[in-house]
Design a protein around this ligand. Structure first.
Ligand code: C2E
Ligand code: MG
Ligand code: MG
Ligand code: MG
Length: 283
């Protein structure tokens, strides 16, 4: 509605400009309110993690989980990350949010998911914080999770913002024994050079490349090339968004190392994941 008001304001008389101003004012008030609520949500444990399994093709079982954040809002119900991560990034709340996610994810994995790796998503903006390695170390120490079981997912955009600081911060985190995966691979704007420069262990092919797999040989060719690219750089290759058995079979033929998606398992609360996979991981 704000966009419609803006359009009208541009295209007609003075009166509409007044409406536009009032709309903008409301928007700013709403944003400030949401910022206040998000700060409170982080402090009062209104955030939750949903856990999505990742299937290891060679091991033929689930060996890792991705921790995805949700906001259980008192009035608005469950909010998805796309609805509040951008706000957290713009307001600087992302640091506190990530600290919560890191500690929760490490502690839950250590206590409830023995032997499983856990991956956490960090925003590109956070790699300009030279204190990030210490924050990650704090989560590892507080939880007792071995660093070899923690992975961090980051999109290509991280390499565009401040490459020098990002590289320095990533190397310090890698020195702790933590691994990096490139998230949403194929959708960013960074040059492929970063595959050599930055310390990644694997790529996660974005789901938009996996969805058309079943009915297009061109799509298959593209994914095959992405897998080849990953292998050429000695990176593990995971496919995101695997929704059908047909996609799963093709990806196994293409020698993907990891599979993730609704066909393998949807993101679920910890208790459900523990009931389903806990016994397996202990064996
Ligand atoms: P992502 O890291 O690429 O996570 C995968 C997203 O795809 C998740 O959405 C997941 O629910 C969804 N997904 C997984 N399998 C399938 C499938 O088979 N089909 C379809 N259609 N979707 C699938 P979600 O949970 O809404 O998360 C969206 C994005 O928000 C994530 O994308 C990640 O970039 C970001 N995010 C999530 N948690 C955090 C966090 O703690 N911190 C930060 N900074 N970002 C986060
Ligand atoms: Mg991810
Ligand atoms: Mg992704
Ligand atoms: Mg994403």
């Amino acid at each position: 509605y704000a966009d419609i008001a803006l359009y009208k304001a541009k295209n007609s008389g003075r009166n509409n400009w007044v409406f536009y101003q009032r709309d903008m004012g409301e928007k700013i008030v709403q944003r400030r309110e949401m910022e206040r609520e998000l700060r409170e949500a982080i402090q009062t444990d209104q955030l939750r993690l949903a856990w999505q399994p990742r299937y290891d093709v060679r091991a033929a079982r689930v060996t890792a989980f991705e921790a995805l954040v949700r906001w259980h809002h008192r009035q608005h119900g469950i909010l998805m990350p796309d609805q509040f991560i951008p706000l957290a990034e713009e307001t600087g709340l992302i640091g506190a949010l990530s600290d919560w996610v890191l500690l929760r994810a490490c502690a839950d994995a250590r206590r409830e998911l023995p032997g499983m790796a856990v991956s956490v998503n960090l925003s590109a903006v956070e790699f300009s914080d030279k204190g990030l390695p210490k924050r990650i170390l704090a989560a590892l120490e507080a939880s007792g999770l071995p660093s070899s079981r923690l992975e961090i997912e980051v999109t290509e955009n991280a390499m565009l913002q401040d490459p020098d600081t990002t590289l320095e911060v990533m190397l310090a985190i890698k020195a702790l024994g933590v691994k990096f995966l490139i998230d949403d691979f194929g959708t960013g704007y960074a040059s492929l050079n970063y595959l050599r420069t930055f310390p990644f262990e694997g790529i996660k092919i974005d789901k938009s490349f996996i969805f058309p797999l079943s009915d297009s040989s061109q799509a298959r060719q593209i994914v095959e090339n992405m897998v080849g690219l990953g292998k050429a750089y000695s990176l593990s290759v995971t496919a995101e968004g695997v929704e059908t058995v047909c996609q799963m079979e093709q990806l196994q033929q293409l020698e993907c190392d990891g599979l993730q998606g609704y066909y393998i398992g949807k993101p679920q609360p910890l208790a459900q994941v523990v009931a389903q996979y806990g016994a397996v991981s202990a064996s």
